[in-house]
Design a binder for this molecule. Structure first.
Ligand code: PGA
Ligand code: ZN
Length: 399
């Protein structure tokens, strides 16, 4: 039985306050987790409240429904109590940031009582043998860095790696190689919110550099490394402007579909996330039909980890994979429901960080617990390495 839920404001990687939760149980269980935070948030995400407000509301409405009332090990019971306490459709009552921190902390408390690693507590006894391929953000712009690429993320995809740790080190090597190429080209670069290089180059040059860097590192490590994108196209889409606004031009929806399909063909992209606006199921379906055999077309802002929106996408053939961000939907149970629906319909699922993160590594366990084919959690930066290093420990049976 849960005996205490403590909430506090802690720092996220952008220097903003976020919600951290501790859950304590009668049996001596303890779990701690913190909410991440997006910058290119989807319109249909659950609502994040200012951290102080989310904490105040959760203390008033949620904590009394948890303490002495629910078992930390019963995730459905915990998450139902959070929904009842919230009383809205979008967690605007207590804040999705409070909800997700408590939901994840309860899972960790439940795991600590049994002594099982979190991925096993969440996924069952036989989980822990399949590891996700990490997608590593190595060049970025969009909402994550000023004066950089239009496309938000260029992601290394080490698809041929024999182990998760080799994949992780390959992504770090691509990140380093990109830096070397930028130096050679006299393009100095700081880092964006997810630790990717954020040079003031155009997208075309970024594609050239990605191609060169992934090829070089693939030769060094001896396995296949492809790459991919998060276009975050909802941030570019402007109906009044007639479509997708790039630095040098505007693309209509048809032009956008063609442009992305051409890029997939030219660079053999493994992964394309949010290539179209978050309301454009039809555009997603067109593109998926064109490139979906070889490439993951992934819905982030399109699906927002929401089963209703994913159901609509499945019906229309929009995308063939879904990004899973627990804080988009507010609880681990809701995230599991989205994963289950995806798996039933042969949609891949990609467990993901947010641009604002903490050292919380729950998503590493969530990916292993659900046999996720991919995880997106950056390449190099402390709050990103927290997840990557946890994956290495899971693979080494050291958690
Ligand atoms: P966000 O970006 O966390 O700022 O939303 C990540 C993404 O778009 O995948
Ligand atoms: Zn995205």
């Amino acid at each position: 039985l849960v005996t205490d839920v403590r909430l506090r404001r802690v720092l996220d990687s952008r220097g903003n306050p976020t919600v951290e939760a501790d859950v304590l149980t009668e049996e001596g269980g303890f779990g701690r987790a913190a909410a991440p935070s997006g910058a290119s948030t989807g319109e249909y995400e659950a609502i994040e409240l200012p951290a102080a407000e989310a904490i105040a509301k959760a203390r008033e409405d949620a904590v009394p429904r948890l303490v002495g009332e629910v078992h930390a090990g019963n995730q459905r019971e915990v998450d139902r109590a959070l929904h009842v306490a919230d009383g809205t459709e979008d967690f605007s009552g207590i804040g999705a940031n409070s909800a997700v921190a408590i939901s994840m902390a309860a899972a960790k408390a439940g795991a600590s009582v049994t002594g099982a690693p979190l991925y096993q507590h969440l996924g069952g006894t036989f989980r822990g043998n399949n590891y996700p391929i990490p997608l590593g953000n190595v060049i970025g712009g969009g909402e994550h860095a000023a004066d950089a690429t239009d496309i938000q993320e260029f992601l290394a995809a080490p698809v041929g790696a024999p182990s998760v740790s080799e994949a992780i080190f390959a992504n770090a090597a691509v990140h380093g190689e990109v830096h070397d190429i930028l130096m050679e080209r006299d393009e100095p670069a700081g880092k964006g919110d997810e630790g990717a290089w954020a040079p003031s180059i155009d997208d075309e040059e970024a594609f050239e550099i990605m191609d060169e860097a992934t090829t070089t590192v693939a030769d060094e490590v001896g396995f296949e490394i492809r790459f991919g994108l998060d276009v975050a196209a909802a941030e570019m889409y402007d109906e009044a402007e007639g479509g997708y606004v790039y630095s040098d031009r505007v693309r209509s929806t048809e032009e956008q579909v063609e442009y992305i399909a051409d890029l997939v063909a030219e660079y053999d992209l493994k992964y394309v996330e949010d290539p179209l606006d978050e309301d454009d199921y039809e555009g997603f379906a067109d593109l998926t039909e064109k490139v979906g055999d070889r490439t993951l077309v992934c819905g982030d802002d399109l699906f927002v980890t929401n089963t209703d929106r994913l159901g609509e996408g499945i019906q229309q053939g929009a995308a063939n994979s879904i990004l899973i961000k627990p804080n988009q939907i507010g609880t681990l149970s809701d995230a599991f429901d989205a994963i289950e629906l995806a798996v039933e319909n042969a949609y891949g699922h990609v467990v993901s960080h947010r641009s604002g993160e903490t050292e919380d590594a729950t998503i590493a366990h969530l990916a292993v617990a659900t046999d996720a084919p991919f995880i997106k959690t950056g390449a190099v930066a402390g709050e990103r390495t927290a997840k990557l290093n946890e994956l290495i420990r899971i693979e080494d049976n050291a958690v």
